[in-house]
Design a protein around this ligand. Sequence first.
Ligand code: 3H9
Length: 692
Amino acid sequence: MSAEYQVNGNVAVITMKNPPVNGLGHATRSAIVEGMKQALNDDAIKAIIITGAGKAFSGGADIKEFNSPKAFAEPSLHTVINVIENSSKPVIAAIHTVCMGGGLELALGCNYRVATAGALIALPEVKLGILPGAGGTQRLPRILGLEMALNMIVSGTPVTSEKLAKTALFNEMIEGDLLQGALAFAAKVADVRPLPRVRDIKINYPNYEAFLQFSRNTVRAMSGPFPAPLKCVEAVAAAVTKKFDDGIKVERDLFLELVQTTESKALRHAFFGERAASKIPDVPEDTPLRAIKSVAVIGAGTMGGGIAMNFANAGIPVQILEMKQEALDKGLATIRKNYENTLKKGKLTQEKFDQRIALITGTMSYEEIGQADIVIEAVFEEMGVKEQVFKKLDQVMKPGAILASNTSTLDVDVIASFTKRPEDVIGTHFFSPANVMKLLEIVRGKKTAKDVLATTLALSKKIKKTGVVSGVCDGFIGNRMIEQYSRQAGFLLEEGCTPEQVDKAVEKLGFAMGPFRMGDLAGNDIGWSIRKRRYIDKPEITYSKTADLLCEMGRYGQKTGAGWYDYKPGDRKAYPSQLVNDMIIQHSADLGIERRKITDQEIAERLIFSLVNEGAYILEEGIATRASDIDMVYLTGYGFPLHRGGPMFYADTVGLPNVIMAMEKYAKGRHGDAWKVAPLLAKLAAEGKSFN
Ligand code: 3H9
């Protein structure tokens, strides 16, 4: 039973009980209908209150049910709302904390709504690539007016109940105990007839056609590859142009169409992927956390400064340690400048600016940071340098402090071995710019303590990052995969592509940036130094030499004003470079390769399937806990298009046998050794399964 039925005097109280957010799954829907029947059949009952237990009125339809027949099994949400709306006794929604999606739609089917302050009211379906499918697009415009309702439906943004207090949505705001307030309200309306119904309200908006056309144009321009926002406008338009029941039909058809789209499936995948990432199978959810009230960052460079800003933004004091006064001053000045820019843009108040600046202090003494609860090292990416830092941290940090490294490729177990407390050591791999990028790869060493891992995951949430746990391996999840992608990009140049052609082919799929523009932004010298190490450590791995030749030309990217592309001073636009293209063609000739025309499809497949195959190895080795973790890394840290759901999800949508077929084709070409199908990928494909 996912709802409880109680009688309070002559009022029936139906309390939804489906933790964590009273999702309107099949059992909850059935229980509400049962409760309604019971109340309607009991002559002693004069009014009915519907409310939610715990931390929500209701978060809406149970999204987990969407991929199963349960989602539409009777009683459907429509049926539930019809039962409520056709009730002969007044039904009152008593709203608190969260009232979203189907939850709000259910409340709109009630005759009255009362609420406490601070409740988040939203129709957020659009964020899941769908639209409100249980009457929300028809009832909300009737009660809030066309403009306000359309804004809420198209944006999905929550509005607090107090902001809506003066609208017709709420009949009364309750101060103090919600149930007592709702019971008092019920007493007032128990005998009022006729019962008010939202569906009976007429929308009065004289020039609605012009408004709807304006909305269509604006929404079309802003919704990119996602079909849902424009369909929201269409559904709302039906609320104005059609009779209520016909509008409901339009809404229903559009909902059913959207729920099947890959875009919606990808958004739902990302919603659950984000939440799943914080769950580690062998780390209990109630693991006691270490308190993090202060942070120290080693290194005031771009990375260190960006990392520090995250904590100041979250209100946590942070000390930055540098060895030289000049470097420290420069780092602190850069941070100040970043905040000043945000202040100038009006995205930060003066008060917040002052607070954040005050929270960041500099020091040159290791002794001064000893009491910090966590220290994050962001020094030069070289094991010798890390060794010095961690030996020092082991001496100065208080017992129980977490010792984190921002390494992007180095072995966290080796770093941990420089201390006498490897259980306190963890990797926290931030992505540049560290104060902006959502991804935080959390690297779990062999000896990392469970509470250190749980604390770091909780901390990532606090600083508004998507924390994804990776095991120790070269490059962890993200960079290990991107290496295969970059190798393919290099081979494509040798075989016939230009950097521009490769970039455009993946940007067309929705990638924020192709590999060569990305290289120019990050600095091509970084990959160069990694490859130089690889040439010695792993000579069996083949690379195209074009990237080395580029670096030998001094073209490191935007920072040197030239990379794969040419750049003009003060302009970040990438202009194709004749010099580079000549170099590439010459290199093909030197290798005796006859350049050929390569299709965009081949480019996209080779780049993305190389990610997928390495992802499969990573999954199989247990470096990533689940496929959706890999997808979250790519969605939040590598500009993978959200509407495609991440590389592993994308492979699922293409079909794993199709992925393998393409790989087998490429295995016959040059560098075919790069296409050895990962055993997990082969197994899943053979079993007709998918990654997610
Ligand atoms: C809809 O209503 C369609 C209808 O129009 C038409 C139907 C025909 N279902 O975010 P949190 C889980 S579509 C199932 O960390 P918070 C979530 O997975 C729905 N589960 O907490 C997590 O589980 P776990 C429209 C849900 O306090 C746990 O709750 N509604 C749902 O930061 C805690 O989540 C939405 O789009 C759900 N609907 O935020 C609302 N919602 O602990 C989406 C949450 O196992 N939800 N869960 O990982 C949210 O925006 C936030 O979760 C909410 C709470 C604000 C509710």
